[in-house]
Design a protein around this ligand. Structure first.
Ligand code: NDP
Length: 280
């Protein structure tokens, strides 16, 4: 089975369109998202414009703020503080990566946890660790939604996550653990990686190296979730050698069209949830 992230994300988008309409009709509330882009990284521009399009489709108010690559960290933080107080805005997203002269942690921590729709604020990461997934990070929650919507059993299965970044691998491992998977996390210092990947019932790969996972590294019948987005010669590749591995897998996500669309859909969901929370 090829897990069609585009289709699953479209289903979720439909639900959100109805929900946003209901919030507007019943509560005169329009969810609002502000994105902040520093510098002119072409990939970051594409990601930001995807988010803008998704907001348009769903009916979410959207604001984009851009800074030149040499902007001062203080300027970005001042804007965030203003957006924290802005009632039109329910979600604030700083597009990563930030230029190297900025301290990513200081910038992300200046977003109020209630508007942290990326789920990267330490308060929200801590909640996730404690089993409270009220503001889950978007890529991991997209992965979980892909598994759940395709009826793949998580509880009791052995999930192996390759990669331990704060945005992908680590929170995905925690969300799988929260759902009673037995979880192994691998990284660049793991000895004999294949020994672990071959044991996976569910293999999640977030490394950032094209075709890194080969068919020899997976068990027959495994479920493969490929988070990687690697541009090679103008083409996109995942971290998994899709054509070969799909012959062994019982289910696999393609790149593009797997985890990527779900990440955007989950950002929209988090923004709508943040808006709804203001009604409480
Ligand atoms: P990072 O570079 O932050 O993390 C990569 C991880 O892979 C690290 O934990 C690193 O280990 C591990 N790693 C590197 N080399 C090896 C190796 N040889 N063996 C085992 N582990 C290794 O990347 P991200 O997590 O941010 O992103 C990973 C990929 O996912 C990228 O291609 C990115 O573009 C994509 N991505 C896609 C998203 C989507 O929406 N589809 C969202 C986010 C990311 P160590 O910690 O030891 O250095």
């Amino acid at each position: 089975m090829i897990i069609d992230g585009t289709q699953i994300a479209a289903g979720l988008q439909k639900e959100l369109i109805h929900e946003v309409k209901r919030l507007k009709d019943e509560h005169h509330l329009t969810p609002g998202l502000a994105t902040i882009l520093v510098g002119d990284d072409p990939a970051s521009r594409i990601y930001v414009s995807m988010k803008e399009k998704a907001c348009e489709k769903i009916g979410i108010y959207y604001e984009e703020h851009t800074f030149p690559g040499d902007a001062k960290e203080g300027e970005v933080i001042r804007l965030i503080q203003r957006l924290n107080r802005d009632e039109k805005i329910h979600g604030i997203l700083v597009q990563l990566p930030l230029p190297s002269h900025m301290d990513k942690s200081s910038v992300l921590c200046s977003i109020t946890p209630q508007k942290d729709v990326d789920g990267f604020h330490p308060a929200n990461m801590g909640r996730l660790l404690a089993g409270d997934e009220s503001t889950p990070p978007c890529t991991p929650s997209g992965i979980i939604a892909l598994l759940e919507k395709t009826g793949i059993e998580i509880a009791g299965n052995h999930a192996v996550v390759v990669g331990r970044s704060n945005i992908a691998g680590k929170p995905t491992a925690i969300m799988l653990l929260n759902r009673d998977a037995t979880v192994t996390v691998c990284h660049s210092k793991t000895k004999d990686l294949e020994r672990y990947t071959r044991q996976a019932d569910i293999l999640v790969v977030a490394v950032g190296r094209a075709k890194f996972i080969t068919e020899e590294m997976v068990k027959d019948g495994a479920v493969i979730i490929d988070v990687g987005i690697n541009r090679v010669g103008g083409k996109l590749y995942g971290d998994v050698d899709f054509e070969r591995v799909k012959k062994k897998a019982s289910a696999i996500t393609p790149v593009p069209g797997g985890v990527g669309p779900m990440t955007v859909a989950m950002l929209m969901k988090n923004t709508v949830t943040a808006a709804k929370n203001t009604l409480k």
